[in-house]
Design a binder for this molecule. Structure first.
Ligand code: HEC
Ligand code: HEC
Length: 143
């Protein structure tokens, strides 16, 4: 029993280390200062939660951070200026966040809490151009 516990402890420790290394790799090079230009998301949101949301946006659209965020002016290394509103895509994304919020409010009123909420990936499906025509659906065998 004790031996198994030791094994489990060792496995947990390794998992935690991997998780920490991952997090470090993902936030490395980012400015960890609190966000200063949130106009739609809760302004007091933690940097950690914000990064999780941002990674979800990037995955949902199949892009990298620089699709919405501008690079810092005058730096030779590609460092991002996340607070900058220079890129129009960032403001489009703000509009999309508001839209998704109001769609979900409407869904609450329609579905007696039985319908799933929607997120960016519901429409974007991993690309910047959402599917808008049934013609672009993958043909299924049984059709
Ligand atoms: C689809 C567009 C989009 C993508 C992709 C995206 N972001 Fe964002 N990001 C935004 C928007 C919009 C805001 C501002 C939200 C608001 O105004 O409430 C923001 C805000 C931020 C902020 C806060 C800046 C400040 O000081 O106010 C950080 C940090 C950030 N993003 C990091 C990232 C990182 C890291 C990635 C890549 C993993 C990323 N973003 C990818 C749209 C995007
Ligand atoms: C109800 C469907 C729908 C949802 C949900 C949705 N979008 Fe969109 N989005 C669209 C459509 C439609 C376009 C326009 C595509 C085009 O230009 O052809 C678009 C375009 C965009 C663009 C501009 C892309 C470009 O090429 O310039 C960004 C950025 C974006 N969406 C971000 C988001 C984010 C972030 C979310 C989640 C908060 C989101 N969208 C959720 C439908 C949606």
């Amino acid at each position: 029993m004790i031996r198994i516990n030791k094994k489990i402890t060792a496995i947990v420790v390794v998992c935690v280390l991997i998780a920490l290394a991952n997090t470090y790799a993902q936030v490395k090079g980012h400015d960890d200062a609190p966000p200063k230009n949130l106009k739609v998301l809760p302004p007091n949101m933690s940097g950690d939660d914000l990064h999780k949301i941002m990674r979800t946006y990037a995955l949902s659209l199949g892009v990298h951070c620089n699709f919405c965020h501008a690079a810092q002016q005058g730096s030779d290394k590609p460092k991002m200026d996340f607070a900058s509103d220079e890129k129009p895509e960032k403001d489009i994304a703000r509009g999309m966040i508001r839209m998704v919020d109001s769609i979900n409010h409407m869904i609450d009123g329609i579905g007696n809490n039985k319908l799933e909420h929607i997120t960016c990936v519901s429409c974007h499906n991993g690309t910047t151009k959402p599917i808008v025509s049934v013609d672009s659906l993958v043909k299924k065998d049984h059709q």
